[in-house]
Design a protein around this ligand. Structure first.
Ligand SMILES: [Zn+2]
Length: 251
């Protein structure tokens, strides 16, 4: 602090108002950033969900294919048992033994029929699932395309937002140099105490633009004179007149 410039009240108010407007822009950017990143996360979740749906259907088809393989093996086993029993039936010693072997053969033949029936049903099931899978794949591809487009758009907004943010951060730094330290400290304190981050507000329709408390005409004319810094009695925010408010623009 080698050189301290004396600012007039009007200069102080102008600098402070401009700082407020810059920081309000930064607040807006921050909110938008949060909303966009949430939207991107939702899109990513949706895409993941679509993929796992496809995987689920494919796994179901694999399961049915395995079941068919098991059925085919069961048929082979039963058929080889039938052959074995038929050989044995040539060497039977009595009628009872012959009956018993015949019963075994019948049972194995029944096994074969049952397995064939299961395989037929499972093959029908796979055909149905294949249709479902094809439909799902088409849906997923279409929806994924839409989501990726949307994500790309959001990424563009994020990039533009970041550029804007950098610009306003630079402006805020410059504006702070134009405000004296004590005033800046009380501005920061008021700003921190309100969720909307407003420390400097215009008088609008005869009321404080921050808390909407009525401002008497006498006080309004003092605010317009820019002779001292005026505070809202109700909320403690720094008040400026509408004319000054419309004059200070940030871009
Ligand atoms: Zn107020």
């Amino acid at each position: 602090m080698a050189h301290v410039k004396e600012f007039s009240v009007e200069e102080k108010l102008t600098s402070l108002l401009s700082l407020q407007k810059i920081e309000s822009k930064l607040d807006e950017i921050k909110i938008l950033k949060g909303e966009i990143s949430m939207e991107v996360a939702d899109l990513e979740d949706e895409i993941t969900g679509l993929h796992s749906r496809q995987t689920r259907i494919e796994e179901e088809i694999n399961g049915v294919n395995e079941f068919i393989e098991q059925g085919k093996n069961a048929i082979k086993e039963a058929e080889s048992l039938v052959k074995k029993y038929e050989k044995q039936s040539n060497n039977v010693k009595n009628n009872r033994e012959f009956e018993a072997i015949n019963k075994e053969i019948e049972m194995q033949q029944l096994e074969v029929k049952l397995a064939e029936k299961h395989i037929k049903d499972a093959t029908d099931e796979i055909a149905e699932k294949a249709v479902i899978l094809e439909k799902a794949k088409k849906n997923i591809a279409a929806k994924e395309g839409l989501l990726l487009t949307k994500k790309g758009e959001l990424e563009k907004i994020i990039a533009a937002n970041e550029k804007e943010e950098k610009h306003f951060i630079k402006l805020a730094g410059e504006a702070k140099e134009q405000v004296d330290a004590r005033l800046l400290a009380s501005y920061d304190k008021i700003r921190r105490s309100y969720r909307n981050g407003l420390a400097v507000v215009p008088v609008e329709r005869d009321a404080c633009g921050g808390c909407f408390n009525a401002i008497p005409p006498q006080k309004q004319s003092e605010i317009r004179q820019h002779k001292k810094i005026m505070i809202c009695e109700n909320c403690g925010r720094i008040l400026v007149d509408e004319e000054l408010n419309s004059r200070v623009e940030v871009k």
